[in-house]
Structures are given as C-alpha cells and as structure tokens.
Write a protein that binds this ligand. Structure first.
Ligand code: ADP
Length: 376
C-alpha cells in the first residue's frame, strides 16, 4: 500500500502542482495536495492542517520561495521544505538551502522528487525520534532531581528530631555529670556534644539547600541596589568591626525572588568579609549589561583562592580551611549557585591566591518565571 503524504504545494500553476502530485504517485506515494499561491493562504493552511511536506515553486507573482520558506521556518520548522523551480539559479539555490530549505530541484528533473521526499521523511522521522528520546531523558532527569530534592528534604527534616534528642540529652549529661568521672570521660562527652552540634548544623544547611527550590518564590521586580543596601545594613556591625569598606556601584532592577537575591549577596559579602586580608579590606559590588544578561560582581582584596580549588568551592561542604581557622560549613556557595541557576543564570569565580577574589554571576534581564528557566 502506498504511503499517504499530506503535501502543501506553494505554486501559482495548477498544472505544475498536478505534476508534483503525479511525480509523487509515481514514486509510490498517495499524496493529498493543497495548493496555495499567496502568503496569507499559506499561513492559514499551515495553521489549520498537518503537513508532511511543503513543496514550493521559486518564483510566483505574489510570493517568492524565500518568503514562503521564512513563513514555514517560523510556523513549522519541522516540516521538510523542498523548492522546485523552473530555472535553478545557483545563487538562489544556495540562499534557499542556507535559509533552511531541505532540497532544491529543477522542474525539468522532477524524477528526483520522490527520492528527495523519501530521504526527507526518513530524516524527519529520525529527528522526531531523537526529540522524543531527548524529551524522555529530560523528563527522567527532572523526576530524579525531584526525588533527590524530596529525599534531601525528608532526610534532613526527619533527622532533626532524633538529633535534637541526642544533643539535648548529651548536653544534660555533660552538665549534670561533669567532674563525676575522670578527665578522659569529660573529654569524650565534650567530643560527643560537639559532634552532635556539628551534625545539627550540617542538617540545617542541607535543609536550607533543599528549600531553595521547594520554598522559592515567583520572581517579582526587584531593585537590586535596595536589596544589597538592606544586606549591608544587616552586616553593618560586622563590617565596622572588621574595618571593611564597601563600594557599591549602580545596580539594575530585575525580576527575581527577592529573598533569594538577598541571600546571594549576603553569602558573597559575608565570605568577602570572612576571608579578608590586610588592614583596610575593600569590597566592590558592581553590575553591567552583557547581552541578554545582567552581570554582577562582588570583588574583594582578601586571601584569594588557589586555582586548583576554584571550581570545587561551589560543591557541597567543600572548604579549603580548617574550621578553627575560618568557621563555616561549606554550603554557602552551593546554595548561592543553586539560587543563581534557579533564576536561569550562572556563577563563577576569578581569583588570585593572596591577592583577592571576584565572584561573578549573571542573571537574565528578562525572567518570565524563574523555575521554568532553570529546573531541569
Ligand atoms: P564556608 O564559607 O561556610 O566555608 P562557602 O561555600 O561559602 O562555605 O565557601 C566555600 C569555600 O570557598 C570557603 O571555605 C573558602 O575556602 C572559599 N571562599 C569563598 N569565598 C571566598 C572569598 N571571598 N575569598 C577567599 N576564599 C573564599
């Protein structure tokens, strides 16, 4: 049985359209053709029908192939578009192929049409299969991410209660039985209390991380300057104590989850303070436009990061220093990265060890919906 083929023929000559149909029949197809010769009819036909193929003449009184191709590319780029022309000018042929036409045939040599159609249909089928496979993979990835997030949330949430018991009873034990045993026993108790406290802080961090998505808010228009000023206000005492001066440049308005945007700056500024160097440390916050993105930077003249570690610092619980030198759990930048990515952006660091670090992140200038822009 011959394969049914729905063909939109963009052609001013009824006879030539008939020839196309005959040629396809000869090639073993059962073509159902609709002929159009003006742009608006073509638009209506694509809008209202399902097509396997578009065959277009090159030159018609009211429509030229490049324009027809433009319409097809805009409305249905997946439908193979073949140009069939009376006279095939080399330049015109090349221009059409570059613009997305799948083939360019001479009307004198229509016998090639069926072979070209067979090849295109095969190609279209392959593309569809690949797209479906990709969609399946993306869906699987999305589901697995969701499960992982759910797991992180449930695990960290449910671990809190038993840990709270361990911590409080250990603390009680330490308080009531202090000096009742020997020094070694007191030391062991102290280790256990510290371990439990540390575990609590890790679990709190994990919970905070898992909440970036689950508790994220839809984007609203934020004045980044105000967001940063509010964070600086909260950090005012620390800034004064550590004698850090902050220079804040002009910052743009953009769509974001305001709370999370503040958290990004808070984490970066706090780190710049924590890892400061010298007597009069300085932090510079600025922004500029790069294509479709706003590029922000938080730069310091602190201790810097060794090149080998620069990538790792965005991973969970990765730290370069001992806790007794610099406190922290190593999740701040992981959360920062997750927030930036949730908003459709990216973050990286440029740093010279012993000189300073510049954390740079980009956020889209137009964000319709933060989650749509990132969630895998
Ligand atoms: P934490 O600050 O709790 O250790 P982060 O995830 O915020 O965790 O940072 C991870 C590591 O990256 C830090 O331990 C530090 O080694 C390095 N780092 C982050 N910010 C800076 C900075 N501004 N200057 C130097 N090192 C930094």
């Amino acid at each position: 049985m011959s394969e049914r083929l729905r063909v939109l023929v963009v052609e001013d000559s009824e006879d030539d359209a008939e020839l196309v149909a005959l040629e396809l029949q000869r090639g073993g197809y059962d073509p159902i053709c609709q002929r159009v010769e003006r742009a608006e009819c073509m638009i209506r036909a694509i809008d209202g029908g399902t097509w396997d193929l578009i065959v277009s003449d090159y030159s018609m009184p009211e429509l030229m192939a490049p324009e027809a191709l433009g319409i097809a590319q805009r409305m249905a780029p997946e439908i193979p578009f073949i140009v069939v022309s009376g006279t095939v000018g080399e330049q015109a042929a090349v221009a059409c192929m570059l613009a997305g036409a799948r083939d360019y045939l001479s009307k004198m040599n229509l016998a090639r049409l069926s072979a070209a159609v067979a090849r295109e249909l095969e190609g279209a089928r392959d593309r569809r299969n690949r797209e479906q496979e990709l969609e399946r993979l993306v869906e699987r990835l999305r589901r697995s991410n969701e499960e992982l997030e759910q797991f992180a949330y449930v695990a960290s949430h449910d671990l809190q209660e038993p840990l709270r018991m361990v911590t409080s009873y250990m603390e009680l034990f330490a308080a009531e039985y202090h000096n009742r045993f020997d020094d070694r026993a007191d030391k062991y108790i102290q280790f256990a209390v510290e371990g439990a406290r540390r575990m609590k802080s890790l679990i709190d961090d994990l919970l905070e991380y898992s909440r970036v998505s689950s508790c994220g808010k839809p984007p609203t228009l934020c004045a980044t300057g105000d967001v940063v000023d509010a964070e600086l206000e909260l950090l005012a005492e620390t800034l004064e104590e550590s004698k850090v001066s902050v220079v804040r440049g002009e910052l743009p308005d953009l769509y974001a989850d305001r709370g999370q945007l503040g958290q990004v700056f808070r984490n970066l500024i706090s780190n710049a303070i924590k890892f400061r160097r010298g007597a009069s440390p300085r932090i510079e916050i600025s922004a500029g436009q790069v294509g479709e993105m706003w590029r922000f930077s938080v730069a310091d003249d602190g201790i810097g990061i060794e090149a080998d570690y620069a990538k790792r610092i965005f991973e969970m619980f990765q730290r370069l220093h001992d806790r007794d030198v610099y406190e922290g759990s190593g999740i701040g930048l992981t959360i920062t990265k997750r927030i930036v990515e949730r908003h459709g952006g990216r973050i990286w660091v440029e740093s010279t060890h012993g000189v300073g670090s510049k954390f740079i992140f980009e956020l889209p200038r137009a964000v319709e919906n933060a989650d749509e822009n990132h969630e895998p």
